[in-house]
Design a protein around this ligand. Structure first.
Ligand code: ADP
Ligand code: MG
Length: 309
């Protein structure tokens, strides 16, 4: 079956402008997200992951290239109705459930905010039913609607954050490090919930994380990002089996091992970007090394890296 592309970034750059000071946080990034898949973006803090999420959400503009959703450019001017439809279909789940919820509002209002903004209900009864369903979908009881965020644990708050996205009946969700701020003990529950919801609601995810261990089992494909550039992209299994780029290898070497003896003796590989000495003879290119497996490097580098596998 031919895969259907839902979201595409094509040569997308994103530049921040702080009072005339320009900073390019994302440089010519290209990838497709297929309908129904979990595509993960992994890289250290500051590499541009959230910026990409924000551009997809139309919170920041692109400075080069395009972002395409269902065949339409969404980083260009859209009319009111198009924006409304887009902002309903595409939702984001944020990293810090403590900071992202309005402390003074009850859960009922927090979950309903998008419904209010877009007038997505015709009666108070309908609105409340949508809130109730969203809370039940994330494993919370409807009675929580009348409480305030501070009455909940981190995991419950993240569930409220997920309910807030789900109530909009989205097609695509950007989950920006949704478990990074949570206790290790409850991370798996939230991951399982996201996986269940994906199946049940036929969703597509862009999942953002800063380490590979989190995304191994939930991703169909993974893009590794360093300094605003994607350096490697492959199916999850492939990336773990045959990592080419030294930055990917460095990230992989940091993944915790289940065997405590191996974990104790494991060697973490540092990545030094100065090892690449690109010039006009040894040009840095985006090369497909195996089917669907892309690496950023020169031909010479890639053949060297291949021998190391
Ligand atoms: P990540 O989510 O991977 O940690 P971000 O996308 O948040 O990375 O940030 C990428 C880069 O852009 C960082 O160097 C960060 O300091 C910079 N940045 C983020 N937001 C802004 C902003 N509003 N103005 C200027 N620079 C920013
Ligand atoms: Mg971030």
């Amino acid at each position: 079956m031919k895969k259907e592309i839902l979201v595409s970034l094509k040569d997308t750059s994103i530049t921040y402008n702080n009072r005339g000071k320009l900073f390019e946080a994302v440089h010519k990034v290209s990838f497709d997200i297929y309908k129904g898949e979990t595509f993960s973006l992994v890289g250290e803090s500051g590499s541009g992951k959230t910026t990409i999420g924000r551009a997809i959400m139309k919170i920041v503009p692109t400075s080069n290239g395009d972002i395409i959703y269902k065949g339409d450019k969404i980083d260009k001017k859209m009319n009111k109705e198009e924006i409304r439809k887009y902002k309903q279909e595409v939702q984001m789940i944020f990293q810090d459930p403590m900071a992202s919820l309005n402390e003074r509002a009850k859960v009922d209002y927090i979950v309903s905010e998008g419904l209010y903004n877009f007038g997505l209900f015709s009666s108070e009864k309908e609105r409340y039913e949508k809130v109730e369903t969203a809370l039940l979908d994330v494993g919370l009881i409807p009675e929580f609607a009348s409480r305030f965020p501070h009455e909940f644990s981190g995991g419950q708050r993240q569930r409220i954050g997920i309910a807030r996205a789900l109530v909009m009946n989205p097609r695509f969700i950007v989950a920006d490090e949704p478990i990074s701020a949570l206790d290790v003990s409850i991370r798996a529950q939230v991951i399982n919930l996201l996986n269940e919801l994906k199946k049940k609601k036929d969703l597509t995810y862009l999942f953002i994380a800063h380490d590979l261990s989190v995304v191994k089992f939930i991703s169909d494909r993974i893009g590794v990002i360093y300094g605003g550039k994607i350096v490697e992209l492959a199916e999850s299994i492939d990336l773990f089996k045959n990592p080419y780029h030294p930055y990917t290898r460095s990230l992989l070497s940091a993944v915790p091992l289940p065997d405590p003896i191996k974990e104790k003796s494991k060697v973490i590989i540092d990545y030094n970007p100065e090892i690449h000495q690109y010039d006009e003879f040894s040009k840095c290119e985006w090369i497909e090394v195996d089917k669907g497996h892309f690496v950023l490097g020169s031909n010479q580098e890639i053949s060297k890296w291949q021998k190391e596998i």
